[in-house]
Ligand binder design. Structure first.
Ligand code: NAD
Length: 343
């Protein structure tokens, strides 16, 4: 049957497109969750991954079970028998050896300049494609925004701040803002529950860097024993207030409100997968009739941090792929582009 312009495209046609070849950099908590998310997708195929000590690639798709088993038993994907290779410089080595349309950067941003240095490596390699990160700090996003011209000249479409917060909740705030003539404040409050901190070492270290009296560098330098001792003192709970979170600069750049009207805080329980509170964003403003009101968008308590980070990251990766195909390069935030849904 021939399709006319106004007919909906049958889903079989939609799903028979060639999948995007996707790489995941970092194979810790988020990287492994990202690979699991991809294993259920038809539009994206997981073909490459790198960790601190090695990488793995297979154009037909990597095998999730053997990748996770090898990483857990030996500490690196580089030990995989057929698809793996050990490397001291795994990211450039992977960029050279795999054909990938887009990468999710599930890497720690430790030090706070690390993600920008990875973006620089992509620019220098001559690779063209789409990058997406779930970076958190305002100062880290600012470093990437300063690379706009170089990314555009390199033919890279870079989607930044595309996890949960910043990411899903920032985008929700941008939509909620539309009811108002003026935005008074945006308040993001997150609850994260994880069974043990070792599953998300970088996330927890970066969160410690937000505690009063700590810096990113101090958190980075802490040994695992020191992190455990800190968590013992707090019963495994980290309470975070007034965090330096890029939701502020993203909403400011999107023209929604000044960054000082955006606040982010939350509670992380490192000993219990149940969320200590419901993650939500509240957007308060004044309507054109002069009424003051608050929209609240609350995530379902059953959704994990991994689901709320990896889902949006791949949604923005798909949006970035569509921009890239149209020749649109440079850097975009989660507050200025709608994520696409990945089937
Ligand atoms: P993790 O510590 O569990 O894993 C990090 C992985 O990166 C490991 O596989 C490690 O080998 C690899 N790695 C480290 N240095 C590397 C290097 N130089 N080259 C290649 N690989 C390297 O990390 P995680 O807890 O999964 O966190 C990843 C990032 O996600 C963190 O920066 C965290 O802040 C961010 N995050 C964002 C959100 C959000 O909502 N935006 C939520 C949670 C986590």
């Amino acid at each position: 049957m021939a399709l006319t312009q106004n007919q909906p495209v049958p889903s079989t046609t939609l799903s028979s497109v060639t999948p995007y070849r996707v790489g995941v950099l970092g194979f810790g908590g988020l990287g492994q969750a990202a690979a699991r998310v991809l294993s259920q997708k038809q539009e994206m195929r997981w073909v490459a991954a790198a960790d601190h000590k090695g990488f793995a690639a297979n154009p037909n798709g990597l095998d999730l079970t053997s990748c996770v088993a090898t990483y857990q038993a030996e500490g690196s994907l580089g030990y995989l028998e057929t698809d793996g290779a050990l490397s001291q410089d795994s990211i450039p080595a992977l960029i050279r050896s795999a054909t990938v349309d887009g990468y999710f950067l599930a890497l720690p941003n430790l030090p706070n300049t690390f993600m920008a240095s990875v973006a620089q490596q992509f620019i220098e390699s001559g690779w063209r494609g789409v990058l997406v990160d779930a970076i958190k700090r305002t100062s880290a996003v600012e470093q990437l925004l300063a690379m706009q011209k170089d990314l555009a000249a390199a033919g890279i479409t870079y989607m930044t701040g595309c996890g949960a917060t910043p990411g899903l909740l920032t985008a929700a705030a941008a939509i909620a803002a539309q009811s108002y003539a003026e935005i008074h404040n945006v308040k993001i409050t997150f609850g994260v529950g994880i069974a043990n901190w070792e599953a998300y070492r970088a996330t927890i270290r970066e969160d410690i860097g937000h505690l009063p009296g700590y810096t990113v560098e101090m958190a980075r330098a802490m040994t695992d024993a020191e992190v455990e001792a800190l968590l013992d003192r707090t019963d495994g709970i980290l309470t975070l207030e007034n965090m330096e979170h890029a939701d502020d600069i993203m909403l400011e750049l999107a023209g929604i409100c000044d960054r000082d009207r955006v606040t982010v805080g939350g509670v992380v329980d490192t000993r219990n997968p149940k969320k200590p509170l419901s993650t939500n964003v509240q957007v308060t403003g004044r309507t054109f009739e002069g009424k003051i009101s608050t929209h609240t968008f609350t995530l379902g308590d059953e959704t994990s941090m991994a689901a709320n980070v990896c889902g949006p990251a791949f949604g923005y990766l798909k949006a970035g792929m569509e921009l890239h195909r149209r020749g649109i390069y440079g850097i975009f935030t989660a507050a200025e582009v709608m994520p696409k849904f990945v089937r």
